[in-house]
Design a protein. Structure first.
Ligand code: NAI
Length: 329
């Protein structure tokens, strides 16, 4: 099957070509995102393969369907960038990679916690500058700290298991409690109570209309003053201007993010020679107690290999006329 692969970085090409070992499919790689402006690139391809910052809104879907596309293969678990009702209406099949390495994302979230707590981002620069002073690097023991986990699915469970190993007290908020987390002794609480009791809050729920700006001016006010917030899930879970006000007031003491609501204009590109126009992002960058990574939590060899293999298996199933086990409806 001929597939137009959008937002294709060298590492995507490497892992997809390896998974497509026998060359069953003709993969044509485009660096460009798939947006309404780039739909011409998809013309004549029965399949497109896209990532999280490709924007598959109604007009884009109509254009690619008119150009002959039937399959949208997401190289991701989240599908909030695809207008599913319109895709269904147009008869487009949407497939995804439901899980590729929950460990990768959970471990990155833990990395952000350790970095912020022990101020490793500052310590690294200080020592390189022969500044061996400790003033300003004071952290706290994670052992016995209370960690609130919002969303205890695959990633939230891995994260909870790691934090359990640190000796943390673990709380959870999720409409569907996980047996793994209950077995760890975790207590499920309503959101206001979890936020009020946690020293660290980590977001692991999907972005949906119900979770959009889950952390907003009101809910940030429920936090324990000076708490740490970690978001490796989706930028839209957090109201950024409200978060900035909470950091300025001290209500949020530390923020670690791997995702940002307006990241589509920034992440995955080298913009080091560019003047960034996003004032909220620049303000966050300027705070000493904020660490930002550019949506790299998934970025391990194991995850890329699993993403590529599942994507090719999804395309195999569609090309073979089978019902796709990873179809999003
Ligand atoms: P999952 O589907 O296994 O778990 C999601 C959990 O969130 C479920 O237990 C669900 O019941 C819960 N949930 C649903 N609505 C909720 C609500 N209103 N409040 C609290 N919990 C709610 O998903 P998985 O694999 O654990 O992934 C979680 C999220 O992580 C994804 O949706 C994606 O946005 C993000 N992600 C980020 C990556 C990165 O590189 N930064 C990579 C992969 C995923």
């Amino acid at each position: 099957m001929r597939i137009a692969v959008f937002s294709a970085k060298p590492y995507d090409q490497q892992f997809l070509n390896a998974a497509n070992g026998k060359g069953d499919h003709e993969l044509v790689f485009f660096d460009a995102h798939l947006t309404h402006a780039t739909t011409a690139l998809a013309a004549g391809f029965p399949g497109v393969c896209v990532f999280i910052n490709d924007q598959l809104r109604a007009e884009t879907l109509r254009a690619i369907a008119a150009g002959g596309t039937q399959l949208i293969a997401l190289r991701a678990a989240g599908f909030n960038n695809v207008d599913l009702p319109i895709a269904n209406e147009l008869g487009l099949t949407v497939v995804r990679v439901p899980a590729y390495s929950p460990y990768a994302v959970a471990e990155h979230a833990v990395g952000l916690i350790l970095m912020l707590n022990r101020k490793l981002h500052k310590a690294y620069n200080r020592v390189r500058d022969d500044n061996f002073a400790l003033q300003g690097l004071l952290g706290f023991d994670l052992h016995s700290a209370t960690v609130g986990v919002i969303g205890t699915g695959k990633i939230g469970q891995c994260f909870s298991q790691i934090m359990h190993g640190f000796g943390c007290k673990l709380l959870a908020y999720d409409p569907y409690p996980s047996q793994v987390c209950l077995d760890l002794g975790m207590e499920y609480l309503p959101l206001p109570e979890l936020l009020a009791a946690s020293d660290v809050v980590s977001l692991h729920c999907p972005l949906m209309p119900q979770t959009h700006h889950l952390l907003n001016a009101e809910s940030l006010g429920w936090l324990k003053p000076g708490a740490m917030v970690i978001n490796t899930s989706r930028g839209g879970l957090v109201d950024t201007p409200a978060m900035i006000r909470a950091i300025k007031s001290g209500q949020v003491g530390y923020l670690g993010i791997d995702v940002y609501e307006q990241e589509a204009n920034l992440f995955f590109e080298d913009l080091s020679d560019t003047v960034i126009q996003d004032d909220d992002f620049q303000l966050l960058q300027s705070f000493p107690n904020v660490v930002i990574t550019a949506h790299q939590a998934f970025f391990t060899r194991e995850a890329l290999s699993n993403i590529a293999e599942t994507t090719i298996a999804n395309i195999d199933q569609f090309a073979g006329g089978e019902v796709c086990s990873n179809q999003v409806k």
